[in-house]
Each structure stands twice: as structure tokens, then as C-alpha cells.
Design a protein around this ligand. Structure first.
Ligand code: BTN
Length: 273
């Protein structure tokens, strides 16, 4: 039988030290593993058996990292892969996509303020640098009736990863922080900043609603103002991306009128800024 994974000893762990240097109300506890199949899957298992809000699961590598729309998320050494557990009591089921957009704002704000980069978001929350994906966010929620039982926010950042570690089709579309900055980044510090900002923006959403976030999202959203196609799985819809709805949907002006898109994959290329 497989042994359960054993986390690092907190005392010797630079990631625990980085967390201790940030003041946090919600995201308080960290379990850090060398390797997991997927931090999201691991944390969902914990959430399902009653784990409290605030646990963070971090892994140096993942063997079955997952992305949006059932994609694989390659997770070689040098990247940051973690998930946080939220129990957003004040949000309704229909508001759960707002956690996705809010997490995108949090990750982008760290790349901007801590690293001096100019990130953009491709709706809903691919984090881009120079039009290439540097980070992805996978938000998974469970519901009881109309209430959110729990939400797991998983963040993957191509930080000091080598592009040679990725398959060639993926390599064309992604970048790393190391490639953009021409230096390696301090992963524990970056992790500390990310947890701080995820908490800051989550509390803002929880207490003030999406109105307190939407202008920040719009400002960095590269999809708005673009003529785009969105793959909805069974069909593709084309139009001009006009706005973000109060529920986080993408408002498209199509030939036949306005449509609010709540899920899907923006497949058109966004011109480099
Ligand atoms: C995407 O862009 O499609 C989302 C990628 C999310 C990847 C992160 S890595 C940590 C967490 N665990 C997973 O299995 N996925 C998320």
C-alpha cells in the first residue's frame, strides 16, 4: 500500500519562514511536500473531511498537476505549485467564479509590485507576460444546495523552471519569471507575497463584493477590447470582448447581440502589447 506523503519539518523550512514574515488572518497553516500528484487534489481530500479554512498545501513538484478544462499542468522543479482552502460563507453559489477572477488579480499584483513586471490577465485568469503564460489558477468548489461548502484555489507559477522541461507545443505558449527577469527568483519570498495578496484580495471580495475588485481586473485584462473566439466545448462563439459582468462573465458583442460567457477558452491570439 502507498505510504501517505510526509510534509517537511516546519522548523527548517524557508517557505514556513517566509509565511511567518507576513501577517495573515485566513491563510495560516502550511504543509509543504517534496512531491504530490496534485496540491488541488490533496487539499480537496482534506476539505471533504472537514479541514478548516486557511490550510495551504505546497509541493516542489507535481506528478499529476491539473489545469482548467481538464488540461495537464506540467510541474517540474523550479516552479511554485500550491493550493489554499477557503470557505467563503458570505458568497453564493453563483458568485463562485468571482473567486477565480479575484485570484488572478492577486497573482498579477505580486508580479507587478514585487518583481516590477507588467502582467496581463487573459479571461478568466491566465497570467501572461509579453503575451505568454507564466502562471495559471485552478479554482475548484463544492456546493451544498445554494451554498459554497469549500473552494480550493490552486496556483502554478513558472518561476525558475527550465523551458526545456516542457513539451514543445507547450513551450511555444509559455514563459518563466527567470526568462523574463534574466535571473532566478527567491521562491520562498515569492510564495510569501502570493499568499499575502491572495488573502488580501479574498477578504476584499468576501467583505466588499466584486465591485471592489472589478476595476482592478478590467485594468489588467488583455481580453477586453479584443475581437476573440471562445471555445465553449460544443461550439465556438466569436465577437468583441466588451466588459466583465457583475458575476465575472465575459460580455461579448456578437453579430446577433450581447452574450455573457461564463466559462470557456479564449482561443484567439491577443496582439502583444
Ligand atoms: C490553468 O492555467 O489551466 C490552471 C493551472 C493551475 C495549476 C495549479 S499548480 C497547483 C494546483 N494543483 C494543481 O493540480 N493545479 C493547480
Amino acid at each position: 500500500m502507498d505510504q501517505p506523503p510526509i510534509p517537511h519539518e516546519p522548523r527548517d523550512d524557508p517557505f514556513q519562514h517566509a509565511l511567518a514574515n507576513t501577517s495573515r488572518i485566513v491563510l495560516k497553516r502550511l504543509l509543504h511536500f517534496s512531491q504530490l500528484p496534485s496540491t488541488n487534489s490533496y487539499l480537496k481530500g482534506k476539505a471533504a473531511v472537514g479541514e478548516q479554512e486557511g490550510l495551504i498545501i505546497l509541493a516542489d513538484t507535481q506528478t499529476k498537476g491539473r489545469g482548467r478544462l481538464d488540461r495537464k499542468w506540467f510541474s517540474p522543479a523550479g516552479g511554485l505549485y500550491f493550493s489554499v482552502l477557503l470557505r467563503p460563507m458570505t458568497l453564493k453559489l453563483t458568485e463562485s467564479p468571482l473567486i477565480t477572477l479575484t485570484s488572478g488579480v492577486a497573482v498579477a499584483s505580486v508580479l507587478q509590485t514585487a518583481l516590477g513586471l507588467t502582467p496581463k490577465l487573459k479571461w478568466p485568469n491566465d497570467v501572461l507576460l509579453a503575451n505568454k503564460k507564466v502562471a495559471g489558477i485552478l479554482v475548484e468548489s463544492a456546493f451544498i444546495g445554494q451554498e459554497i461548502e469549500y473552494t480550493v484555489v490552486g496556483v502554478g507559477v513558472n518561476a525558475n523552471t527550465q523551458l526545456t522541461e516542457f513539451p514543445s507545443d507547450v513551450k511555444q505558449t509559455i514563459t518563466t519569471l527567470q526568462e523574463m527577469l534574466h535571473r532566478t527568483v527567491d521562491l520562498p519570498r515569492l510564495f510569501g507575497y502570493l499568499i499575502g495578496q491572495l488573502e488580501f484580495w479574498y477578504i476584499r471580495l468576501r467583505d466588499q463584493g466584486f465591485k471592489a475588485i472589478s476595476k482592478h481586473y478590467r485594468r489588467i485584462c488583455a481580453t477586453l477590447g479584443q475581437h476573440i473566439s471562445v471555445n465553449l466545448g460544443d461550439k465556438t462563439i466569436t465577437g468583441m470582448a466588451k466588459d466583465i459582468g457583475p458575476d465575472g462573465s465575459l460580455i461579448l458583442q456578437t453579430k446577433t447581440g450581447r452574450e455573457a460567457i461564463s466559462y470557456g477558452d479564449v482561443v484567439s491570439s491577443i496582439p502583444a502589447s
